[in-house]
Design a protein around this ligand. Structure first.
Ligand code: CDP
Ligand code: CDP
Length: 210
């Protein structure tokens, strides 16, 4: 049976970092599904279209190719917010489902991270981890990350972003951010990257040997 690991959680909880490490450990391909929503929003902005143009957003989502993302551009601070606007549209989410499931269907398995992997995209995943941390911890992490990339950082503006995005992602009706009933919640507020990885590895090994 293929080994699918689903990692979900709010903005800057560390899910991408954890997903990459688990993928490297198990030699599995990794998909950061947030990039799909970021790239969809980016395509609209590049064409000068409003983010609430559903038809254009669906077309942009359908036209995405998993291999040619400009990650640095997509991870700019304002793109998280823009992504969450297009991600609230059910038609956009529907346009991205097959692409994600096809990625997860590789014979060896895959690691996917996002908001709805354990609930909607891969409900039968062998491992489901919901990574959380306090908004303050997450804002601090994101501030450090952006500063490291040379972006100007304003901690309070980032904390505002995190809170706004938590609310939008949790309150939308289409695939809201929430832990799957069978997910293990991992609060990383007091844990560094290595500790998060160690806990997650225990969870994954238990599921793999079950
Ligand atoms: O890295 P960060 O958590 O800040 O953001 P991301 O994972 O790149 O996701 C950006 C936005 O895309 C989120 O705020 C969600 O609104 C949306 N998203 C989603 O709805 N479903 C996913 N599976 C992944 C991302
Ligand atoms: O993917 P997501 O937005 O959930 O978060 P990330 O991009 O994996 O992590 C956001 C930042 O927090 C990165 O710079 C990570 O290196 C850092 N991080 C951390 O400091 N401590 C952790 N336990 C996990 C992540």
């Amino acid at each position: 049976m293929s080994f699918i690991i689903a990692i979900d959680g709010p903005a800057a909880s560390g899910k991408g970092t954890l997903a990459r490490r688990l993928a490297a450990h198990y030699g599995l391909p990794h998909l950061d599904t947030g990039l799909l929503y970021r790239a969809t929003a980016r395509a609209l902005l590049d064409e000068g279209l409003p983010l609430d143009d559903v038809d254009a957003a669906v077309e942009a989502a359908r036209g995405l190719s998993l291999t040619d993302f400009d990650e640095t551009r997509l991870r700019a601070r304002d793109m998280g917010e823009a992504a969450s606007v297009v991600a609230a549209m059910p038609a956009v989410r529907a346009a991205l489902v097959d692409m994600q499931r096809a990625f997860a269907a590789r014979p060896e398995g895959a690691v996917l991270d996002g908001r709805d992997i354990g609930t909607v995209i891969c409900p039968a995943a062998r491992v489901k981890i919901f990574v959380t941390a306090s908004p303050e911890t997450r804002a601090q992490r994101r501030a450090l990350e952006l500063a490291g990339r040379g972006e100007e950082v304003d901690y309070n503006a980032i904390l505002d972003d995190v809170r706004k995005r938590d609310a939008r992602d949790s309150e939308r009706s289409a695939a809201p951010l929430k832990a799957a009933a069978d997910a293990v919640t991992l609060d990383s507020s007091e844990l560094d990257r290595d500790q998060v990885f160690a806990v997650a590895l225990e969870i994954a090994e238990r599921a793999r040997n079950a």
